[in-house]
Design a protein around this ligand. Sequence first.
Ligand SMILES: [Zn+2]
Length: 671
Amino acid sequence: MVITATIPIAAQSSSEGFSVSHLDRSVDACTDFYQFACGKWLVANPLSADRARYSRLNELADRNARIVRDILENAAFTASRRTPDEQKIGDAYAACMDQKTIEARRARPLEPLLREIDAVRNREQLIRLAARFSHDGFPSFLTIGAAPDAHDSSVFAAALGQGAMGLPDRDLYLKDDERSTTLRREYQTHVQRMFELLGGGRVLSDPPDRLARVVMEIETAIARATMDRVEFRDPRRRDNPTTVTQLADLAPNIDFASYFRGTGAPPFSRLNLLNPQYVRDISAALGTIPLASWKAYMKWRALDEMASLLTGRFEQEQFRFNGEILSGQKEMRPRWMRCSDAIAGQPGADALGEVVGRIFIQQRFGPDAKARMDELITALQQSLRQRLTDVDWMSAETRERALAKLEAMRRKIGGPDTWRDFSGVTIRRDDYAGNSIRIAADDRQRQLRWIGQPVDRTLWLMTPQTVNAYYAPSLNEVTFPAGILQPPVFDPTIDDAVNFGAAGAMIGHEITHGFDDSGRRFDAGGNLMNWWMPRDEDAFRERVACVASQYSSYASLPGVKLNGNLTLGENVADNGGVRIAYYALMELLARKGPPAAIDGFTPEQRFFISYAQVWCENAADQDFRRRAQEDVHSPGRWRANGVLQNMPEFRKAFGCKEGAPMAPANACQVW
Ligand SMILES: [Zn+2]
């Protein structure tokens, strides 16, 4: 089905939105509110074999995926006269669905790159190879991008990052707990199997098991040089301006002038190092680890990047490790969904997501939905303004700057006003791998061209069909894609209490990011600078420390504790977001007059149920374990219960006695 009329997404259906039928009324709301709010939904939505996790937001994302599929299939197989955009997404999708052609080409799309790697004879050539990888958007031991200059956010600066590894966290290479050692062993087997699929000795200079061992060695060196996730969250740690000349002293084994030239970046003399220690250590490792090992690593990086573009056997082996072992997903998603994700994915993910998004917006997001959202954001911004004015621990000086930052915050809703131009990218109906390679290179070159240029304020970091939202600290801007503005997050047909509990809390969350432990370090203009009076900083630190230790006491599975420092920014944003959404609702109800109870619940109660229901989720144990280590967000249960345990307003709404699990004696409050 192809829908051409402009209807706001939210008007589609409210059956999948907020519902008291999800409640498990046998559970006491004051004992475990998440279970109370989500209990029946959790039972009704068990994990299917092709999921590692299924949440209410996945439910929503599935709805978007079907819309995206219609757009892609229409462009690929139905439309008679196609626009240039439809030609691109249609042929890209058709090429991905054409498994016969993909199978017939076997590993051939990878072979030119393997030959280039084989031809490398010395370290200079290895650096040029790394540059070629960066040029084409393939990560390796050197990565480069463009980001707003931390001290002049109106201009893009070059940023040198850290290296690519196949395991999802550096600690997995370095720690000796059971999960780390098992995953290392499984990963090495996986690398070996992938090399075996490539043809073993016929194509490769060394036996696959040896190559896999060597890859582990290099990736372990990279892991050792990499910052851990908690350190990396601190924007001051990532702020290390330097000059190209100074790099020579820091990393004598890397000819950076040659590297930068080879990436296609415009000339520059200053840049930022996300992690100077990384650059130093990798330079040293280049002097001690043999060239042949680096070449094996580069082959693995190319193979790992391209596996999903090759035959089913590569794809299956990649899924066996990344899906089954790492996340507990038992089966692959259907082909159409994988192709849809591959074509309509995020900017920077080798995808044509914005082309699809443009059609998605035309079909599904009307000006009325945008206006409603705009009003809601204004209400939330006003509520935070009130909080910033009221908090008793802030001095007048800091308060004034905080308010100025809030005033300066910009908003983006739905999708971009100016759309990205893909006209330079050739898309062929019979060349899935080639399409993906051309899109990746175009994307990388587009980013590198930004270096030294003014920051383009019209850019979007997410596609319109995305079920997510973000705050960009260096732009001091919040963005809400059309994709998330639907039930259960936003529903124009439902009462205000429910919309403020879900959409309101989400908006509040993003706005509060400007004032979490990391976002607060940026000023109104998005520059990294300290605008806090010392005693306000102390008061803030004390309050966030309370939140960090609160969430560190929670577990996602028995024995699997959360890392309160890793999830701190998100937890502070959740707590602040729900509080300001609650007060925005109270303000609205005071103006409109209090409505009657619905389904036996007061507006306050419906607000909290609505908030908690956004976070209902089922997940495999492996997924919970993985997220506890990697994810900056807490799992759904604690996004709901952690926040509500801190709110006297919640206790009052449900009549919880102090000391009940949902009403502990020591609550934390930042905003
Ligand atoms: Zn967030």
